[in-house]
Design a binder for this molecule. Structure first.
Ligand SMILES: Cc1cc2nc3c(=O)[nH]c(=O)nc-3n(C[C@H](O)[C@H](O)[C@H](O)COP(=O)(O)O)c2cc1C
Length: 183
């Protein structure tokens, strides 16, 4: 599948077949995360693959938010998850002098890694949904993530069931978001 087709057809999937994802495929997905560029090549990430029942149960508990508004009601269907943890960026001192904040680019780096992982999954015939509205604290406790690291995103991965195949991608128009040579 060419890249434009991937971009035009990828969508978040929130229903999954009862079919496991192979470790081989999960490893390919995190490998493209690992290869993603980052500010100063700081690679401020760690990827935790969660594909065993006990670990998945712990993760699903972290996908229930106490505010009652968010959460992931279809979490029990998901065969595998990947937690994207933001680590201390360890940016070069010269860059720090300029930006005064070593984590300035880390969330962008995590986002870039996450999207590459979504597209790799798609090439493997898998579907994904990025989950950001999680109980981060609970997740960090459940997985023994040391202080100073942030469980920023969770990626649900599996053989998707498209409940809404006719849904048209909702995006701002090209004209609204693109300009040439000026605002
Ligand atoms: C950083 C980020 C966090 C997200 N968090 C959630 C989430 O917690 N729950 C959810 O169902 N979808 C979540 N999504 C999916 C978005 O709702 C979805 O990407 C957006 O509506 C566009 O739809 P599409 O992915 O089908 O193109 C998240 C997406 C991103 C990029």
């Amino acid at each position: 599948m060419d890249f434009m087709t991937i971009m035009q057809t990828r969508k978040s999937i929130r229903a999954y077949e009862d079919k496991p994802v192979s470790r081989e495929d999960l490893i390919k997905i995190v490998e493209v995360g690992r290869l993603t560029p980052s500010a100063c090549n700081s690679q401020p990430w760690k990827f935790i693959i969660v594909d065993e029942p006990e670990a998945k149960a712990k993760l699903c508990d972290g996908l229930v938010c106490t505010d009652g508004l968010t959460g992931c009601p279809w979490r029990d269907q998901v065969p595998a998850f990947i937690i994207l943890v933001e680590q201390e960026a360890n940016v070069k001192p010269a860059v720090l002098t300029h930006y005064h904040d070593s984590q300035r680019f880390a969330q962008g780096d995590i986002g870039a890694a996450c999207m590459n992982m979504c597209h790799m999954a798609m090439e493997l015939g898998l579907s994904t949904c990025i989950l950001g509205m999680n109980d981060q604290k609970k997740m960090e406790e459940h997985f023994g993530i040391p202080e100073g690291n942030e469980a920023r995103l969770v990626l649900a991965v599996g053989y998707g069931i498209d409940l809404n195949p006719n849904f048209v991608k909702q995006r701002k128009s090209f004209e609204e978001v693109v300009s040439f040579n000026q605002w």
